[in-house]
Design a protein around this ligand. Structure first.
Ligand SMILES: Cc1cc2nc3c(=O)[nH]c(=O)nc-3n(C[C@H](O)[C@H](O)[C@H](O)COP(=O)(O)OP(=O)(O)OC[C@H]3O[C@@H](n4cnc5c(N)ncnc54)[C@H](O)[C@@H]3O)c2cc1C
Length: 361
């Protein structure tokens, strides 16, 4: 089967979904391809900051996302020895310290509005495997597998919004520089105890960060930084003393943790790295979001940067100028901001422990 579209967007994460909406709204024909059969199933952190919120609001998408459910964080608390010693409240003008938005809610909210455009097609369960190059050397389409069948999509512009392990980046031979940050991350999700307020709570275990994020529908997400590459060794050790460190810092979770986190298998391991590309695209092809700059989970910037990329890229594309699109302009507009965010992440990772110094004062 063969499809044609002005733009072919690979990956229905936050970047691909928002870009689809913005371009379809401008009248371009858009085909969005997603390898998963269901949207937003990947295990992700899901905190929207005020910048991501502003992007959604500026395009009147926030209400659609909110209709599926979200939760505003009301405070950030630092804990030691089971007690709060520092509380940060939101700036009045912002009104929260981040918003928990389940990825499925974000994507469904955006794509529900996008489906209304007759010039938009979304193919789920469709994995892109190859790029097509025309006689002039310009990328002109993709080959994908849908339900075991090979399909082709011809397009003026291929957009790689396919995340940290981007197939489009690999197939276009775009180099990526990967950086480790000295830690990996264990994730777990547990029910919130009764009366648990929408908050972010932080503690220090050794010299590593332990964070709790209240989630929509009565859950708490646990993010526990551990020494980079240490998990294989760690999981050979006794589990009880390890998990005891968490309940010592957060005694209110003792019973729930006992019930829901009983073995190492109740944690999911995230290999933490950041990455960046010096080249954001080439003739007929552009990358955005995690495909061109993966961030660590620190400070919850990845999703928000992906939304900002999509907003910026959409502002540069329209039907008439599509054939002349200059990827350099997009790269120039976004690269500096991305480099700044990556630097902020490193600084926050290196100085996290300083929040716990002189805490009695
Ligand atoms: C554990 C974890 C916690 C995080 N916490 C936060 C947070 O709290 N706040 C925050 O702002 N950011 C956070 N991030 C980062 C954030 O999730 C990403 O930066 C953001 O999702 C990037 O969006 P994206 O659209 O570029 O890529 P992705 O969200 O990765 O989406 C890419 C999409 O492409 C699809 N795809 C991949 N390959 C193909 C293919 N060959 N064919 C078709 N489809 C394909 C994937 O299935 C996926 O749906 C976290 C990331 C992780 C892993």
């Amino acid at each position: 089967m063969n499809y044609q579209a002005d733009v072919c967007i690979v990956g229905a994460g936050p970047a691909g979904a928002l870009l689809s909406y913005l371009l379809a709204k401008k009248g371009l024909s858009v085909i969005l391809l997603e390898q998963n059969a269901v949207l937003g199933q990947a295990f992700r952190g899901e905190h929207l900051n005020e910048e991501g919120e502003a992007v959604l609001k500026s395009h009147h998408l926030f209400e659609a996302v909110e209709s599926f459910g979200l939760l505003r964080m009301e405070k950030l608390e630092y804990y030691a020895d089971g007690k709060v010693f520092k509380t940060i409240l939101p700036e009045e003008a912002v009104g929260h310290l981040g918003i928990h938005v389940p990825q499925a809610h974000l994507l469904k909210g955006i794509l529900k509005k996008t489906q209304r455009f007759p010039n938009f097609i979304c193919l789920l369960h469709t994995k892109v495997t190859q790029l097509i190059v025309d006689a002039s050397g310009r990328y002109s389409g993709v080959i994908a597998i849908k339900n075991g069948e090979t399909i082709t999509i011809d397009s003026q512009l291929i957009i790689g919004a396919d995340g940290r392990y981007s197939t489009i980046r690999k197939e276009a031979h775009i180099d990526v520089q990967k950086h480790k940050h000295g830690f990996d991350l264990l994730w777990a999700k547990i029910p919130a105890p009764p009366g648990w307020e929408p908050s972010i709570k932080m503690a220090l275990i050794g010299d590593k960060q332990l964070s709790l994020f209240t989630q929509v529908a009565g859950f708490v997400q646990i993010g526990w930084n551990i020494e980079q590459g240490s998990f294989p060794q760690l999981r050979k050790q006794a589990f009880t003393p390890f998990i005891h460190q968490l309940t010592t810092q957060f005694p209110a979770l003792t019973d729930i943790v006992k019930e829901h986190i009983q073995t190492w298998k109740d944690f999911v391991l995230l290999d933490v790295f950041s990455s960046h590309c010096d080249c954001w695209g080439t003739k007929g092809l552009v990358l955005l979001g995690d495909a061109v700059h993966t961030m660590t989970p620190t400070g919850a910037f990845g999703l928000n940067s992906a939304l900002k990329d999509a907003d910026c890229l959409a502002s540069l594309l329209d039907k008439d100028s599509l054939a002349y699109f200059d990827v350099q302009e997009f790269q120039h507009m976004r690269k500096q901001a991305i480099e700044y965010v990556l630097a902020v992440q490193i600084e926050r990772e290196q100085t996290f422990a300083s929040h716990f110094v002189n805490r009695a004062s």
